[in-house]
Design a protein around this ligand. Sequence first.
Ligand code: NAD
Length: 248
Amino acid sequence: MSLLKGKTAIITGASKGIGKGIAEVFVKNGANLAFTYLSSVERGQALEKELKEHGTQVKGYRSDASKMEDAEDLVAQVIEDFGVIDIVVNNAGITKDTLLMRMTEEDFNRVIEVNLNSVFNMTKSVQRTFLKQRAGSIVNISSVVGVKGNAGQANYSASKAGIIGFTKSVALELGSRNIRCNAIAPGFIETEMTAVLDETTVSQWREGIPLKRGGSPEDVANACLFLASDLSNYISGQVLNVCGGMLT
Ligand code: NAD
């Protein structure tokens, strides 16, 4: 398949997990790819090398998605290196889970900064490029807990629900310029983020999912490919639940 042939995409937080899965599916589909990582420089460089084997232009950038200045620099640098940006996938995210009783203001604010401000920072920074082109697709990685809430994740759920409101507003605001903005709400996806959980909890989660398994990064990546590509040209402002049937 080459659904993204000739297109240039930016993916934030692609050094591991879902972001890495999206990066792999995108280059396999012919995309030129700019991706970011935060601290894991070695991983970022290794990924750049691995992704280049598919024959498209690939470059990794160290960039903190929670900082507006970094987002602006990134977009300017990608334009210089690639000449164009067609797709932005806002994937970078963190958790700092605890009950509200124990949640500090710092835990709350940091999760909002990394998960929600990052989406604003990148969208704002790429807006002018997309407006000039009169084209662009933005895919924001939210979560099922942004749709339905979750005990012990008030900060994370708020950030992910915020992404949904932001996505719908941007879709309304920029639709007339042929700029699309959609969100994906993954359910339980088995990555390093979830590997820290104990096996009993994980088995219980799997049992509660209609498809009886956790999702893979590739499951999310395939949905992302659809929303990034021209296959979804008439789809904007939507939230696609990729959750094995958890949300109906
Ligand atoms: P992960 O921890 O494996 O990967 C997160 C990525 O984000 C890493 O590459 C990390 O370097 C990057 N990152 C973190 N802070 C950053 C920052 N300030 N600047 C730039 N990059 C930063 O997690 P994952 O499971 O792959 O999650 C990816 C996205 O999917 C997140 O937004 C997460 O909230 C969302 N999500 C995950 C699940 C799940 O079950 N794993 C479910 C729903 C949503």
